[in-house]
Design a protein around this ligand. Sequence first.
Ligand code: ZN
Length: 133
Amino acid sequence: MTKVYTFDLKTDEQAFYNITAQVKQAISDSGVKEGICLVYCPHTTAAITINENADEYVAKDVIFAMKKVFPRFPEFRHDEGNSDGHVKCSVLGASETLIVTDGKPILGRWQDVYFAEFDPPRSRNFFVKVIEG
Ligand code: ZN
């Protein structure tokens, strides 16, 4: 049985934070060579997503588009005032699942794993679980 890996993350702006190194570290530490890796975000105004790693403006453009498509509508009724973040969280989702082979995650040449922050600044964490199979 492999353990659940927990990683801490401090965020200071709405942005994608590259967590690929932590995911690879968890896979390596687990000793699993063939299996599945789940990356999970336990927050309601943040998400896990996979996107381009080559041009930093891709992540910035996604954040820009999310702000345009999901602004803080005055009609929102949630008392905390961060419903835009809750909407973005649901759109991107709380987790990503990666295939592990030869002790490494299968990622396309241009892909990395990101923690997406939609309600900064926050002290966040995320979990990684690697399952052999
Ligand atoms: Zn809220």
